[in-house]
Design a protein around this ligand. Structure first.
Ligand code: NAG
Ligand code: NAG
Ligand code: NAG
Ligand code: NAG
Ligand code: NAG
Ligand code: NAG
Length: 697
């Protein structure tokens, strides 16, 4: 565990700061001050600690020695035991990014003022030579660099060019022009491009890194509206399209496997234009499950959930044994709904210290703050848990808490979120049904946050905070091995058919197959261990309407699985441009969900005919190919961050230790205490790595 503390006083142009580096190799039980390893160099908060995605022993720190005129890179190959310094001949603007396809290469951005140009600097981590450029194949996302060129003379967002480099910046190719914004998601590159007429723009998509663009079949938006990718996988994309006017809502569309033909999935989706806050949450503990919030006509915020990748959404069911049951609620049937608090609530500064939490290896488990009532309540929320991927929920803890999943779901821990000093940690060994407390110290402290080894396989949880004199950080590590000392045996597990509702109704078929998991029995208190792998068994299913998204121009009505034609598009077969020729779509309203593996059964007609008519997508206008070399470059920050989020983003990373992040500002325990506030670019992703939200305007 490496802890970096940074203290920074902004004094005019002068930077006055001090950093300390601490290292622990016993899960935080003891720390050694190793600041001397980096020669007491100041590390900017924004740069923090960067860890290689391929090997967590590779750590880099970017030191600021601007008082001596420069920056220094400190590289470690041995989990921070030793560091090797290198002078950087430029000033990095952003944290160094590892190329996920070749982690010996780092990328950062720097602006050299004299030349007004952007400079990419790469280096092979164990070579001290500058700009040591590696030859790499150029057909993959992870190996391409995309960035924007902004013309300073025409400082207009819709006039940007999207350029791509496959040789680490030695040469660039313009892949789109008249671009307003772009984003990488899954295997797709999306760009919103101005249409000929001026103020409107359309999404264009490419699946080959920008060589071939197709126009996405989505509504156009004007300058006041925005598009946003809510989630992108290798198979499909969830796209939010803002409604006209300042309504705070829009429509969610799901794409086909080419990212080209979209169909309407959810209306009145809450997404504030000002703060870009949406509750869209990918539930990573069960496939096909997503949650988000809608804003009803009368202004109530309600949580909705889908179990089949957006084909159908439904309101979340309230807990069965909630106090609602006994009350007379005959004339108020909505009274007992459960509302989950996510980003929107934190943006309103409600007392919600954490976003919903789910982990792929803790099958079916979701922990979230929620409240019961007609709509989202502003009162202090409680902790609710679902152990079946969101079908049913139960009340777990009173009041707001910080929580973590340990031992692949075999253990849940929680610490109350309060203004007073704490000394208690609560834990549950049966997925949140029964809770116990443990006093981890006799001298309570002001709790700031908790963290465990990424991947939720650990039994150690580290809590950090400070005592009343504010002088020192305190880290306390609790090892739960003593409680769960016995290894799990075969009889501790039971079969569980996922997506089978307790009340019946669903047979477990989702996206074309049933999946049976071996899960820990509720009564079993045992240790799964670090190498635990979830065992599953898969059985194919015949196709039913729920294996289909409604096709372009069709929509599912509430409570119905049938797709009906949207009035405004009736009788007009869709024609769209695909790879340069016009395709005509003849559909009976259903399009198989990308990745769905169902066989036989319901097989509606759908045909795409190539009309053999040439067409062009206006992503790359011929004259844009001749890109003038006089273009002045200014900022490319957006582009590189997006590369990081989608490509270098947490999903494939396995860290062997956590990076604790906190800063002085985050100490203040008030309302929503976001311990990751210093990581502005990644703050949202930190909570739930799968809820990638990129605001695409
Ligand atoms: C450590 O920093 C001091 C100045 O603060 C400098 O004189 C010295 O050369 C540095 N040592 C190394 C090994 O970089
Ligand atoms: C990096 O270091 C390893 C081991 O020291 C060596 O085998 C490898 O060739 C080096 N790579 C480069 C690009 O210098
Ligand atoms: C644990 O701490 C709480 C106060 O936070 C105290 O009331 C309780 O008695 C303690 N329990 C034990 C066993 O010391
Ligand atoms: C917990 O920490 C101890 C070191 O203090 C370590 O030996 C043990 O392996 C850790 N347990 C887990 C499950 O990570
Ligand atoms: C959908 O079903 C729910 C509960 O079964 C019912 O309350 C609601 O009115 C139905 N909506 C429509 C449009 O039929
Ligand atoms: C369109 O182009 C993409 C990328 O070049 C290719 O993968 C796809 O197969 C093409 N589709 C058709 C229908 O030709």
């Amino acid at each position: 565990m490496l802890v970096l503390t940074t203290f920074h006083v902004p004094l005019f142009m002068l930077r006055l700061g001090q950093s300390n580096l601490y290292r622990s190799d016993d899960y935080g039980k003891t720390f050694e001050d190793v600041t001397y390893l980096i020669n007491h160099t100041f590390i900017q908060t924004e740069f923090g600690i960067a860890i290689s995605p391929d090997h967590s022993g590779k750590v880099i720190l970017t030191g600021d020695v601007s008082d001596l005129g420069g920056f220094k890179l400190f590289r470690s190959h041995d989990f921070g035991l030793t560091f090797e310094p290198t002078d950087l001949p430029f000033e990095p603007l952003i944290q160094m990014l590892f190329n996920p396809a070749d982690c010996d290469v780092l990328l950062t951005l720097s602006i050299t003022v004299q030349a007004l140009s952007i400079r990419f600097s790469m280096r092979v981590t164990n070579s001290t030579q500058e700009n040591n450029i590696c030859e790499i194949p150029s057909n993959l996302h992870g190996q391409l660099i995309y960035f924007f060129v902004k013309n300073l003379l025409k400082n207009d967002k819709g006039m940007l060019e999207l350029r791509r480099s496959s040789d680490y910046g030695r040469s660039f190719k313009t892949v789109a022009s008249r671009v307003y914004s772009f984003v990488l998601g899954g295997r797709f590159v999306f760009a919103s491009i101005m249409t000929g007429s001026g103020t409107e723009r359309m999404i264009h998509v490419s699946v080959d890194g920008g060589e071939q663009w197709n126009m996405a079949q989505l509504p156009t938006v004007n300058h006041e509206q925005f598009y946003s990718i809510l989630s992108a996988s290798q198979e499909l994309v969830f796209m939010h399209v803002d409604d006209p006017g300042d309504s705070g809502v829009g429509t969610v569309y799901v794409s086909d496997d080419r990212g080209t033909v979209f169909s309407k999935s959810l209306e009145r989706h809450l997404y504030t234009a000002t703060g870009s806050d949406t509750d869209f949450t990918v539930v990573s503990s069960l496939r096909g499950v997503y949650m988000t919030s809608i804003l009803t006509q009368d202004g109530a915020v309600e949580t909705v959930i889908t179990f089949n990748q957006g084909a159908r959404w439904q309101l979340l069911k309230g807990p069965e044994s909630s106090r609602c049951d006994s009350e007379t609620s005959a004339n108020r049937p909505h009274r007992c709904r459960l509302h989950i608090h996510a980003t929107y609530s934190t943006s309103l500064k409600l007392n919600v210290p954490m976003l919903p939490l789910s982990q792929a290896n803790a099958v079916g488990l979701i922990i979230a703050h929620g409240s019961i009532g007609e709509s989202e309540s502003v009162l202090s929320p409680d902790v609710y848990i679902s152990d079946d991927g969101g079908y049913s929920w139960f009340f777990a803890l009173k009041g707001p808490h910080h929580y973590a999943i340990l031992d692949s779901g075999g253990l849940i821990v929680a610490v109350e979120h309060t203004n007073s000093p704490v000394n208690q940690i609560k834990y549950s060994v049966d997925e949140g049904q029964c809770w116990f407390s443990y006093n981890f110290t006799s001298d309570p402290f002001h709790f700031s946050g908790l963290d465990s080894e990424p991947g939720s396989r650990s039994m150690n949880v580290s809590l950090w905070g400070y005592r009343s004199d504010y002088s020192r950080w305190v880290v306390i590590t609790v090892d739960f091995k003593k409680i769960l000392s016995e290894d799990c045996a075969e009889e501790d597990f039971e079969e569980w058919l996922s997506h089978s509702e307790p009340s019946g109704g669903s047979d477990g078929c989702v996206l074309g197959f049933k999946e049976t998991f071996l899960r820990l029995r509720k009564g079993a208190a045992c240790f799964k261990g670090k190498d635990y792998e979830t065992e599953t068994e898969i059985a194919p299913c015949p196709c039913t309407p729920s294996d289909y998204h409604c096709d372009f121009g069709y929509f599912r009505q509430e409570n119905s699985s049938e797709c009906v034609e949207q009035d405004e598009l009736k009788g007009r077969p869709l024609e769209f441009c695909l790879n340069g020729t016009t395709e005509q779509l003849q559909t009976s309203g259903y399009r198989k969900i990308p990745g769905d593996r169902c066989m036989g059964g319901f097989q509606p007609d759908r045909k795409e005919t190539d009309l053999k008519r040439k067409c062009i997508s206006n992503a790359l206008q011929p004259n844009a190919l001749v890109s003038a070399f006089t273009v002045l470059l200014s900022s490319a920050v957006i582009g590189v961050w997006l590369v990081k989020k989608y490509v270098c983003g947490g999903r494939f990373l396995v860290h062997r230790y956590s990076v604790m992040r906190d800063n002085v500002e985050a100490n203040k325990i008030e309302g929503v205490d976001d311990v990751d506030t210093n990581y502005m670019e990644t703050a949202k992703a930190q909570y739930n790595e799968d809820s990638d939200q990129v605001y695409m305007t």
